[in-house]
Design a protein around this ligand. Structure first.
Ligand SMILES: [Zn+2]
Length: 300
């Protein structure tokens, strides 16, 4: 009888010890649970560093905006769809200056940068109506309207212009003032849309200085202009790097980026394989949307 009581006593002690060890083990697991780790990080004084965007950057190229789609014209309807598709797919507008400066830290986590460029300073890119308002169907009007409803998308865009940008020559200073004050940029495209491939280095420097001189007259004082889109997509013989800066008679330029016409997303400039003077772009046409973004415009 005593033996049985003793055995039951030992069994009870054993069960108690097992129970305690299960409880301790449970507590240890609980302390390592993701929720507990998260809570301790939230209380930490040093914030968790956010993930900075590491990927390539699509730089879209547009020319004219018009009612009907054509080889060098994006229709108003399709341009609106482009903006909506980019927004719905997590893109935000990134400026060409931020691309040059590699400011990926300003992109909200989970978002992707896209840059919009316009070549040739077409009137359909920026037009005032006779009543003094911006044409809602020009590129600037469409970007402004989209921005109004999607502020987090931004409204950056860069315009690579020739002589007499956007027509309406009497309004040029007003237009430039508006663009710069709303976070848009202007870039070199040469005054006469020159084929830089056929010119000597001295001639190319001359035409770039001539455009820099024009920029001094039409842009607000101190406006930064340090990117270029090659007319016809043709780089200077000998490369831009050899002539990227020049100074004469108080006029100067210092170009840090040269944009091609095709044909894919650009590497970040901090990537050792990138070449700032041969930065690729993507023509914003249906076939390229399909090829590079797997987006079927017609199925939108
Ligand atoms: Zn052009």
């Amino acid at each position: 009888m005593v033996d049985i009581k003793r055995k039951i006593g030992w069994i009870l002690i054993g069960l108690t010890l097992v129970g305690i060890s299960i409880f301790v083990s449970y507590r240890e697991n609980a302390d390592n649970s993701p929720e507990t780790v998260l809570a301790s990080n939230e209380l930490s004084l040093s914030p968790v560093p956010k993930t900075v965007y590491q990927g390539k950057v699509p730089i879209l190229l547009y020319h004219s905006i018009g009612m009907r789609e054509a080889r060098w014209t994006r229709s108003v309807v399709n341009f609106k769809k482009d903006l909506q598709w980019l927004y719905d797919n997590g893109y935000i507008l990134f400026s060409i200056e931020d691309f040059v400066d590699s400011r990926y830290d300003i992109i909200p986590e989970g978002k992707k940068p896209v840059i919009i460029t316009f070549d040739d300073g077409k009137s359909s890119q920026f037009r005032y109506l006779t009543d003094g308002t911006i044409d809602p169907n020009c590129a600037v009007g469409l970007l402004d309207a989209f921005y109004k409803d999607h502020v987090d998308f931004g409204r950056a865009a860069v315009f690579y212009v020739n002589a007499y940008p956007f027509g309406q020559t009497s309004l040029i200073n007003k237009k430039m003032e508006y663009l710069i004050s709303t976070g848009r940029q202007i870039g070199f495209h040469t005054l006469n849309h020159n084929n830089m491939r056929t010119l000597s280095p001295a001639q190319n420097q001359y035409i770039l200085l001539k455009q820099a001189e024009t920029f001094q007259k039409i842009l607000p004082t101190g406006t930064r202009v340090d990117t270029l889109s090659y007319p016809h997509g043709l780089t200077p013989a000998g490369g831009l790097k050899a002539i990227n800066t020049a100074q004469k008679d108080g006029i100067s330029y210092n170009i840090k980026l040269g944009l091609m016409i095709g044909s894919g997303s650009a590497l970040q400039l901090t990537d050792s394989k990138s070449n700032a003077y041969r930065t690729p772009r993507i023509q914003a046409i249906d076939s390229e949307w399909l090829r590079l973004f797997k987006r079927n415009v017609y199925a939108f």
